[in-house]
Design a protein around this ligand. Structure first.
Ligand code: DGL
Length: 271
């Protein structure tokens, strides 16, 4: 038995952890941010896969029976290989779940015009995961993607709040909006981006809804645990949350408060 593992390249997964804890407060959680090697969004498929597998194995070694990849880039580039090739060998009874599937399952329901915009890292956009998955669940929807190569770095350095940072973000949003007039729903396909939700809402027409993934992923996890009581029984329920980072723990503790409403006392680890 053990905590539910939550993994991200850096701080972004904290936005998902926050919503998961609101939905499932009784469980124990172990968060791992690979801050020393973030961002993942501009790295190759092989590197993202290697780093993600190392992180998943670390969380398994620390007792997790289930790990959520709270990172779209890792979900797009590493999840399938881990599920199909690694888990059968290293942990057939363990589970690794991502954030793209739950989001793409229901995003079609948000759009009246059936025109959905996706803002994500270059890695997630290049994987075409959103296009492919949305076409399975909502074949009537058209998907317009735009990669935002500098957003994660802007957010992690807090520069998204500066005029220069806002200018870059505005330009990316405009490129997406200009790709089709019918877009009425934009999914934030990177777990860092919810910190920009208010700003993006302020620069798009009010008819356009901006959807963050946290609540969707939290509802999907609750549903999964309900449908898989054997896994639910393996998840300890003490209401605790612990944090691991590959960067300096002081820096992580200080910055984490921008993403989650909790006192963070992290432990530095190496992968
Ligand atoms: N938060 C991650 C995601 O959802 C990516 C960040 C990164 O580029 O490292 O894609």
């Amino acid at each position: 038995m053990g905590p539910i593992g939550i993994f991200d390249s850096g701080y972004g997964g904290l936005t998902i952890l926050s919503d998961i804890r609101k939905r499932l407060p009784n469980y124990d959680y172990l968060y791992l941010g690979d801050n020393a090697r973030a961002p993942y969004g501009t790295r190759s498929f092989d590197v993202v896969y290697d780093y993600t597998l190392q992180a998943v194995n670390e969380l398994f070694d620390r007792g997790c029976e289930m790990v959520i990849l709270a990172c779209n880039t890792a979900s797009a580039k590493a999840l399938r290989t881990i599920q199909q090739n690694d888990l059968p060998k290293t942990g057939p009874e363990k589970r690794v779940l991502g954030v793209i599937r739950p989001s793409t399952e229901i995003i079609g329901q948000f759009s009246a015009t059936k025109s959905i915009g996706v803002l994500a890292t270059p890695g997630t956009v290049a994987s075409k995961s959103y296009e492919i998955e949305i076409s399975k669940f909502s074949p009537q929807c058209k998907v317009y993607q735009h990669a935002c190569p500098s957003w994660v770095t802007l957010i992690e350095s807090n520069e998204h709040q500066t005029e220069a940072g806002k200018g870059i973000i505005r330009q990316d949003v405009e490129i997406l909006m200009d790709s089709n007039d019918a877009i009425d729903t934009i999914i934030l396909g990177c777990t860092h981006y919810p910190v920009l939700k208010d700003y993006i809402e302020s620069i798009v027409p009010t008819s356009v809804q901006i959807v963050a993934q946290g609540k969707i992923v939290a509802d999907s996890l609750a549903d999964y645990l309900n449908r898989h009581p054997w896994m639910d029984e393996k998840c300890t329920k003490g209401g605790s949350v612990r944090f691991l980072t590959t960067e300096s723990s002081e820096e992580f503790n200080q910055n984490a408060s921008n993403y989650i409403d909790a006192t963070v006392n992290s432990l530095h680890i190496t992968l």
